[in-house]
Design a binder for this molecule. Sequence first.
Ligand code: ADP
Ligand code: MG
Length: 573
Amino acid sequence: MAVLEKGNITIHTENIFPIIKKSLYTDHEIFLRELISNAVDAISKLKMASLAGELSGDVPEPEITITVDKSNKTLSIYDNGIGMTVDEIKKYINQVAFSSAEEFVQKYQKSANDLIGHFGLGFYSAFMVAKQVEIDTLSYKEGAKAVHWSCDGSPEFEITESSKTQIGTTITLTLMDDEQEYLEPQRIRQLVKTYSDFVPVPIKFENETINRQKALWKESPQNLTDEDYLEFYRYLYPFQEDPLLWVHLNTDYPYLLNGILYFPKLRPDVDVSQGHIKLFCNQVFVNDHCEEIIPEFLMPLRGVIDSPDIPLNVSRSALTNHRTVRSIANHIAKKIADRLKSIYNETPEEYIKCWQDVGTFIKYGSLKDDKFKKQVEDILIYKTTYKADKVAGKSKTETPQVQVEGEGDLWEDVTPKTENEEKFSYESEGYTTLPAYLERNKERHENRIFYCTDPDTQATYVELYKNQGLEILFMDSFIDTNYFIPFLEREYSEVKFSRVDAELDDTLVQQDKADEIVDPNTNKTRSDQIKEIFEKALNNNKVNIKTQALKSDTPESTPPAMVLLPEAMRRFR
Ligand code: ADP
Ligand code: MG
């Protein structure tokens, strides 16, 4: 068919302008974040221009200053950045949704992420709170004249000359009557702390710098000490116990991602059903409820994630299904697993300490995520009745000697390799892995694991087993008894799991005190009888009635974190 006409769709500013002002952002308070971000960008741009040799003098010390004037109901944001010429105002301000960012990064061959703004919409958020917005600006460009722009929120604007003499920009908002809260110093401080605390330019207010600037997550992990990470945690979450472990995320392919995530010391009052991570985009705070980015089983993680590749302003479900977001979640799970593995291998004492809190989540992750399961399956530990001696090293060995070459029968001492310090192992602390358990006990009972699900009510059984020289694992947390034991039974299909009270006659347990009394019917002592029963049970893998019954009671599928985790934690301690 012949094309009758082609053309461009036009927009009626009068109709669309109110929509931009009202609906673009739900939260009025973010206007300050947007204006500060523009100021930061203006300062970065001036630096770019200077590096390209376009500036005659030196770049001034970067500075952003906020002032309020209660009598005039105005709020101003001043920056000593790049400024704008009258043409630039016409281009970037008068045209809504037109950003200069792309031109800049192209011209100076920078990464798009060296600037915060991109879409050309942030500036207009000022009209959510202001009945009048004015710009006073002087460009760094030679011969540029200072310009004054003003607009009362209608699509009409006015440009006049300005008396500004310093390079940079001041944006002045005359606040609407019901937006006067933004004249309160406390409110300003709070907004800067929330949104712009980590932008890399000092923000001054009432003669003070009120933002921290230093974004630890953007620094190279090699340059940071444990103390740096701890100090940052204490800054983000004051009055909390120190975290158990942390990971530094630092990736630029296939997505850009920086961040520091901490596993907190859990306390009953820590809500684990809700995310605690702060999401940033180029050091500007976006929100702190980005559960979608964290795997569900790592919900207690805290800290910051900064990625320009996480789509903002999309619905939660869209976010969950977003490819980048899913792969970031996987990446986080892997980083945590790697960290746990290195703690497991390098500092068992630390691992045992954090196992109390982290163990539940590792188990939960194993149930939920097959990839994660494979990463952590070798570092799952269980409390056991077995205890190894602590001294693993040799005590004072004979001094080894080496013959010095060419010296006939001259012998020389080398440093004695004495290793009489006490060596810490999982077994010395009463912990074991399943493979280690199976290996240790394979002579007496191959592919058989005895476990206790309640040390209180099963105490006598545990004693009886121990007396028979059998090793018992404690799988007594909520997650163990409800989900993890059935899971292990599926995983280790060749292994038979027996609960300590599943095969023994109750009368045996009750009467175990009368061990040496001879039964006139059988002519055997009680302990002989018990021994016999045990030996029989060990040789006969079919007897396991109670365990079977227990198994069929347990749900196959795992419940969501909201249900499982708080309950798990309550029971765990
Ligand atoms: P974005 O920041 O996404 O580019 P904005 O609507 O926030 O979009 O700003 C539009 C443009 O206005 C910016 O790209 C920039 O060119 C210009 N601008 C805004 N504020 C300033 C400022 N303080 N100094 C210099 N230029 C600015
Ligand atoms: Mg902007």
